[in-house]
Design a protein around this ligand. Structure first.
Ligand SMILES: *[C@@H]1O[C@H](CO)[C@@H](O)[C@H](O)[C@H]1NC(C)=O
Ligand SMILES: *[C@@H]1O[C@H](CO)[C@@H](O)[C@H](O)[C@H]1NC(C)=O
Ligand SMILES: *[C@@H]1O[C@H](CO)[C@@H](O)[C@H](O)[C@H]1NC(C)=O
Ligand SMILES: *[C@@H]1O[C@H](CO)[C@@H](O)[C@H](O)[C@H]1NC(C)=O
Length: 384
């Protein structure tokens, strides 16, 4: 018994040390120095003038192509390369040797084909995984996107949001979603079964829509509906990211986890799933936590193309981490931009002024039924 305990403690200490080592010496962590009032959008506006030739050599621009068409063409012509497994990689080597094709051809039951193309350029497409019951969360998010304060960095910047649905098993609910769509025109619903396991399909759905219908976007966010955002800071943060001039090699916002032993085999939600749909390795690569990430559209396009050659498995975020590693997409850690606990206190006190937080995850310490309420309270604090 004692021997077992000693062993356990030893293992614990080793893991802790590794964690310390990686945390302080290895992981590239990026923080915002101070939540400044700077919007950092100069670089983006500057691109206006050169937009017509900065992404494609002029030899391809026949006649009068719109900016949208040019970007769409550039994405279409993009080639992806899977690198050989790098040393130190924790991904099960099987994935480097077996690329399993996947076809995403679900019918779009509800679509918003002109959401982005009605603008010349879109700064951010913000796609939200949601289910019908979460109307209260969507309401808060819609308020964030529609009532932008005059002094916000997001004011006047083309930002589009979209709620992602699978097909519910209940036709009453489907017609309610249809009604909501007619009211807000911010819903995408594809003909696959709405279910927890199908969140990977939702990720692909978001990527595919971005590439096909929102090619003129700079950034794409794929977030859960429990994520409450400070849009002012997100725009400022992304403006800063854009000014670095790297459009296709990193996530712009990511809560980095993984780089650890595989845990899903011990988690109840996963134990009754088929083996084939589960990650087969014993170790996870680094990956962005599933509650949400933001990436330049070129990165989204790469992930989409990679998904068509590497059929998804669970956990979804691990699968995306594997794709990212194969594509050599950097997973920088932006953990300080997220908050989970003591959220309301954090935002209410002067602490928030000095905090870099731009996303609050609102279902972490509460019952799921309280999430909408907490989001409403945060909205009152920040936006009023
Ligand atoms: C860039 O384009 C956007 C809309 O396409 C416009 O609102 C903005 O004023 C332009 N900026 C510059 C510097 O031309
Ligand atoms: C419909 O889906 C919900 C959850 O999405 C589930 O709880 C319910 O059992 C399903 N009903 C039927 C009839 O399949
Ligand atoms: C479908 O959803 C409606 C509204 O929530 C509910 O009243 C109804 O009982 C559901 N029908 C089935 C078959 O689950
Ligand atoms: C996911 O969606 C597909 C397509 O509708 C369906 O066949 C499958 O049963 C769904 N998976 C789960 C676990 O619900």
């Amino acid at each position: 018994m004692w021997k077992r305990m000693k062993q356990a403690i030893l293992i614990g200490l080793t893991i802790f040390n590794c964690w310390l080592f990686f945390r302080f010496f290895y992981i590239e962590t990026e923080t915002f120095k101070a939540p400044s009032k700077e919007c950092n959008l100069e670089a983006w506006y500057l691109q206006n003038n050169s937009a017509s030739n900065s992404f494609m050599p002029s030899i391809f621009s026949f006649g009068k192509q719109t900016y949208f068409d040019k970007r769409a063409k550039a994405l279409e012509n993009m080639k992806i390369v899977f690198r050989p497994q790098p040393s130190g990689s924790k991904v099960d080597p099987w994935y480097y040797h077996h690329h399993v094709p996947y076809q995403h051809s679900f019918k779009k039951v509800i679509n918003e084909p002109t959401l982005c193309s009605q603008h010349e350029k879109v700064f951010l497409l913000y796609a939200v995984r949601t289910i019908y019951d979460h109307f209260d969360r969507r309401e808060v998010l819609r308020n964030i996107f529609s009532n932008i304060p005059e002094d916000s960095c997001a004011k006047g910047v083309p930002i589009k949001h979209l709620f992602l649905f699978g097909k519910p098993n209940n036709s009453t609910i489907e017609s309610l979603i249809q009604k909501e769509s007619e009211m807000y025109h911010d819903i995408l619903l594809e003909d696959f079964k709405e279910s927890y396991v199908n969140v990977s399909i939702k990720a692909i759905m978001a990527w595919k829509y971005s590439v096909e219908f929102c090619a003129n976007a700079e950034y794409v966010a794929v977030m859960n509906d429990e994520a409450f955002i400070d849009l002012n800071r997100i725009v400022s943060w992304l403006g800063h990211d854009l000014s670095k001039g790297k459009y296709d090699d990193h996530f712009a916002l990511c809560y980095r986890i993984g780089d650890s032993p595989a845990l899903h085999k011990h988690i109840k939600q996963f134990t009754y799933l088929d083996e084939e749909i589960l990650y087969r390795g014993d170790f996870y690569p680094p990956y962005c936590h599933g509650f949400g990430y933001i990436a330049p559209i070129n990165v989204i396009n790469k992930l989409y193309l990679a998904a068509l050659q590497n059929a998804y498995y669970m956990p979804t975020d691990v699968w995306i981490g594997v794709l990212a590693e194969m594509l050599n997409i950097n997973i920088i850690n932006h953990e300080h931009q997220y908050i989970f606990t003591g959220v309301l206190k954090h935002y209410a006190s002067g602490k928030y002024q000095k905090s870099p937080t731009i996303v609050a995850i609102c279902d972490f310490e509460n019952l799921k039924s309280e999430t909408g309420k907490l989001m409403r309270q945060l909205y009152q604090v920040i936006y009023n």
